[in-house]
Design a protein around this ligand. Structure first.
Ligand code: ADP
Ligand code: MG
Length: 221
């Protein structure tokens, strides 16, 4: 379970260009929910997602993940927590373009604290679950946008995280491909994962069990 209590996020704190991107955000997300986060550009959606992913710190409040507080986590501990519990999917895929699909999906397994002995098989299974096993050997720069996003999802789920976070994962895709990628997220939700998707697209948001709207750093009740 995800619990945010009175989270305040300031970029460049104590500097002349300090900017408060989240003011007082409180939010609970139960295990297995499928949630959309919507809001205009600059509202704070990515900021919220980065805090949920333990990529960014916060100035006030507390974020607890499965009862575990993330206050004052060291860089190392937050990386570890991320590796264990969280899979992240970005709009621009953030893949290594000249690596193959398989090599990209293997990367998080190489970073894992306890390395699995059968990493290749585990990575192939992740590719299989997003329908990409036939493309395992292909360099990512030879794949279409939808195929790249499937590889990015495979990479996000390969460590079997309980939480999948996606930042505008369909923003760069045509509507048919976007619908297919949304199908992959819905399947993950069906498998019991907690899935949180930032999106501009109401047709994506409406497929989620809950829509959270954020405006100028505040959640709209
Ligand atoms: N690294 C940063 N430094 C300073 N301001 C930032 C930084 N990242 C985002 N912001 C600001 O915080 C606000 C929220 O940004 P963001 O969370 O990216 O919005 P969204 O994803 O909803 O478009 C924006 O005004 C943005 O300019
Ligand atoms: Mg954003």
């Amino acid at each position: 379970m995800i619990i945010l209590k009175n989270i305040k996020k300031v970029y460049n704190p104590k500097k002349a260009n300090a900017f408060e991107a989240l003011h007082d955000v409180s939010l609970t997300i139960e295990d297995g929910e499928l949630v959309a986060v919507i809001g205009t550009s600059g509202a704070g959606k990515s900021t919220l997602l980065h805090i949920l992913a333990c990529i960014d710190s916060y100035e006030k409040g507390e974020y607890k993940i499965d009862g575990f507080s993330t206050i004052n986590l060291s860089e190392r501990r937050s990386a570890q927590l991320r590796n264990e519990k969280i899979g992240m999917v970005m709009q621009d895929f953030a893949l290594v373009e000249d690596f193959s699909a398989l090599e990209n999906v293997l990367l998080p397994l190489e970073f894992a604290k306890r390395k699995k002995p059968n990493r290749k098989l585990v990575a192939m299974n992740a590719l299989k679950s997003v329908g990409m096993e036939e493309y395992a050997k292909k360099p990512v720069n030879k794949l279409s946008g939808g195929q790249k996003q499937r590889v990015a999802i495979a990479r996000a789920i390969v460590n079997e995280p309980s939480i999948i976070l996606a930042d505008e994962p369909t923003g760069a895709l045509d509507s048919k491909t976007a619908a297919e990628i949304m199908g992959v997220f819905r399947e993950l939700h069906t498998q019991g994962k907690t899935v949180i998707i930032v999106t501009h697209d109401m047709s994506i948001a409406q497929q989620c069990g809950r829509i959270i709207e954020i405006s100028d750093g505040n959640l709209i009740p």
